[in-house]
Design a protein. Structure first.
Length: 123
């Protein structure tokens, strides 16, 4: 095997570091937009995800839906906090729910604290 290009090795190393950082950002703890500390975590429970700051005791409950990762819900939490603080003006998301009974929908509606709920259409 020939001598490998130093530029290539440097580039590969940089890419490896960037990938590791990107993975790290996907996992909590994340920075809280209110207190600025790395204290935001989440709990998934019974169809909802609770994203909260362990320090300020602030949090939002959102529906667990396909296609969303915890980091996405964290970004919604940031939007909610910054909008409440007057630092941003972000419309709450519309959650497109799967089909469910009226009772299930009412239970979910009571628990959700951020975003609008859109019920799945009966076919
Ligand atoms: Zn906080």
């Amino acid at each position: 095997m020939g001598r490998r290009s130093k530029a290539l090795l440097t580039e590969m190393r940089t890419q490896r570091i960037l990938r590791a950082r990107a993975r790290q950002r996907l996992k909590p703890p994340w920075e809280c937009p209110i207190c600025g500390q790395m204290t935001v975590d989440y709990i998934k429970r019974q169809g909802v995800i609770f994203v909260f700051c362990q320090r300020c005791r602030e949090g939002e409950v959102m529906p667990l839906l396909k296609g969303y990762q915890p980091i996405d819900y964290y970004n919604y939490y940031v939007d909610a906090c910054r909008t409440r603080m007057g630092k941003a003006d972000v419309e709450p998301p519309v959650w497109k729910l799967p089909k469910m009974s009226e009772r299930q929908f009412q239970i979910l509606k009571k628990r959700i604290t951020y975003g609008k709920l859109l019920r799945g259409e009966e076919s």
